[in-house]
Design a protein around this ligand. Structure first.
Ligand code: GLY
Length: 373
């Protein structure tokens, strides 16, 4: 762990230097796009995607780690912009309210006690609740609630959005958020995780009968393959579901799908964009999945037995070292942190670029490693 801690501390300095130069160049009130173009993010005042919270979360995490008020000031400006976005209802009709409002308003409240941020985080949780279908017990990911193609469709990524609901229950004492999040996590465990421990990206429920229908992909190679980032969202999402519910079956699921993820890594320990691919395949990587899986394994360390802990420590070291040595943007003109991420290959979007959640979760993992006892 000592070598790893030193590596993490060094990497954190590198990430902070990139954050500093971006703040100097683009100011406090702009956000990077989801993915870079030629490894350079465009920053703008637009706050209308599902991804802006990742940059704000990096600023809050920079403040959490350094206590430098510059990061707090910048993150506060951004958090107010999320409040404004909520008031204007700009592109909020989807399930990614966790990604947007945990890393802005919840983090702000946690770190500063700001009551307005608290109020907006709860409003965001209420909005997320409007997508919960009681009959099917899932939160609809995308589209209009009356759209027959999207109604009852939920996706593995949402495991990182539902902590907003668990948090809202804890803070308000109102169990309705918890109940929805718990049923959603149970449905993810039952239908999205396949018997071989791989996962579907998306799954369709019948909202009239509440019965399961079928799994499909959106960003993966095929309906039956295993999209690397979907699996990584599960590696992180299931231990978070355990953390909030203490349902130990979520840990067993987390262990199973983490094993699958690790068994499908190529030699340099950073996954291809879909786990169907392996060494020798001429396919792009998704370094962001490696970063998310790091966070997931770090979260699982607290509950794993000694054998699993030692296996995870081994992989945490391997993945972190590989990302630091072969993927980080050192000695490059990029304003991002991790190269070779893939947003959505079937949609021809952000292939072999930086993406902002890869940067975010790499930084989060480094801080977790550096701050561990
Ligand atoms: N949640 C969308 C993605 O991982 O691309």
């Amino acid at each position: 762990m000592m070598h790893l801690k030193e590596l993490a501390a060094k990497e954190i300095e590198f990430v902070l230097s990139k954050i500093d130069s971006n703040l100097d160049k683009y100011g406090y009130d702009t956000f990077p796009r989801a993915a870079s173009v030629n490894n350079v993010y465009e920053f703008s005042k637009d706050n209308n995607d599902w991804t802006e919270g990742f940059w704000t979360g990096m600023l809050w995490n920079a403040y959490r780690y350094t206590k430098n008020p510059k990061y707090k000031d910048a993150a506060m400006v951004q958090t107010r912009l999320f409040q404004e976005r909520f008031d204007k209802n700009i592109k909020l009709e989807h399930h990614d309210l966790g990604f947007l409002y945990i890393y802005s308003c919840v983090y702000c409240y946690e770190l500063t006690g700001d009551e307005t941020a608290l109020e907006y985080a709860i409003k965001a949780a209420d909005k997320l609740m409007t997508r919960y279908n009681e009959k099917a017990g899932v939160i609809q990911a995308w589209g209009d609630l009356s759209d027959p193609n999207q109604s009852g469709r939920f996706i593995i990524d949402c495991l990182i959005n539902i902590p907003l609901l668990f948090w809202a229950s804890e803070i308000t004492g109102d169990k309705k958020y918890y109940d929805a999040a718990y049923r959603h996590a149970k449905a993810s465990q039952k239908y999205i995780v396949r018997p071989d421990n791989s996962t579907f990206h998306t799954f369709h429920m019948d909202v009239v009968t509440g019965e399961p229908r079928f799994g499909t992909t959106h960003q993966g190679y095929s309906d039956s393959s295993c999209w690397a980032r979907g699996q990584a969202w599960g590696v992180y999402g299931f231990p978070l579901a355990y953390k909030h519910t203490k349902d130990t079956s979520f840990l067993e699921t987390a262990y199973r799908i983490t094993d699958y993820f690790l068994e499908h890594l190529p030699k340099d320990s950073v996954p291809f964009w879909d786990l169907i691919f392996t060494d020798g395949d001429k396919q792009p990587r998704d370094s962001s999945s490696g970063a998310i899986a790091l966070c997931g394994m770090l979260e699982q360390l607290g509950t794993a037995d000694e054998a699993r802990k030692s296996k995870y420590m081994d992989y945490i070291e391997k993945i972190t070292t590989s990302l630091a040595n072969n993927y980080a943007t050192k000695n490059s003109d990029s304003n991002g942190i991790l190269l070779h991420a893939t947003y959505a290959l079937p949609q021809n979007n952000g292939i072999d670029e930086c993406n902002i959640w890869g940067d975010h979760y790499y930084f989060e993992a480094l801080i977790k490693i550096a701050m561990a006892d």
